[in-house]
Design a protein around this ligand. Sequence first.
Ligand code: ADP
Length: 270
Amino acid sequence: VVAVRQSSMTTTALKSARDAEQRARRKAEVASAAKSDFLAVISHEIRTPMNAVISAANLLRRTRLDIRQREHVSMLIDAGDVLMGLLNDVLDFSKIEAGKMELESADMVVRERLATMARLWEPRAMANGVRLRLRVAPEVPEAVRTDPLRFQQILFNLLSNAVKFTGDGEIVVAVDWDGARLSVAVSDTGCGIPADRLTQVFNSFEQADVGTTRRHGGTGLGLAISRRLAEIMGGTLSVESVEGHGSTFILTLPVPAVVGEAVRPERRIE
Ligand code: ADP
C-alpha cells in the first residue's frame, strides 16, 4: 500500500512540475510576442519620419554647400541609413517571429546576381585592405527559382560581417551546385569566432565579442534573421570558424534550376 501511494505521489508531483513548466513556457512565449509586436509598432512609426529626414538631407546635399556643411549633411545621411537598417531588421525579425514573412518567387540569374553583389562590396573590402574573390563552379545552373530579394539580404549580411571582421586578408564567395541545392560559402581570413560562442551568433541580439562589435556597431540581428530566412526558404545557414584565423558561413538552399529559354528575368532589385 505504501509503495503504491508513494508511486502515485511521485506521478502527481511529476505532472504538476510538467504543468508549471508548460505554463512558464507559454508565459515566456506571450511576453516575447508582446515584445516583438511592440518593437514592430515602434519601428514602423519611426520609419516614416526617418524617411522624411533622409529625403530632406539628400535634397540638401544637392544644394550649394561649403565643405563643412557637406560633411555634416553626409553624417546626417549615413546615420539615417544606419538607423533605417536597424528599423528594417527589427521589422523583419518581428515578421519572422510572428510567422508572417512571405516569400516571393522568381528566376534569379545566379552569376549576374552574385557578380553584382561582389561589385558592390569590393570597394568596401578594399578600403579594409581585403581582397574579395567570387568563384562559381561550372555546374551551377544559369538561373534558379527562389526569392531573389531574400537571397540578396542573406548574402548582404554575410558579406557585411566578413568585411567588418576582416582586416588585411581575403574574402572568398564560393558557389556550388549538387543537382538540387545551391550552396554559397562566404569565407574570410578575419578574427574568427571563439568555439564556445559559435552556436550563439545565430541568436537574436547576440554578438560573439562585445568589445569588437561595439567598435564596429551592429545589432546582433543580422545572422538571426539570415538563418531564419534560410530556414523559411527550406535551407540552412551554418558556420565553421577558427578563432584568429577566419570564418566560413555556408548557405544551402534547395532550389529548382531554370535553364535556357525557360529563364524569365527576375524582377528588379532595388
Ligand atoms: P551584428 O549586427 O552584430 O554584426 P550579426 O547577427 O550579423 O550581428 O552577427 C552576430 C555576431 O557574430 C557579430 O557581432 C560578431 O561577433 C559575430 N560574427 C558574425 N560574422 C562574423 C565574421 N565573419 N567573423 C567574425 N565574427 C563574426
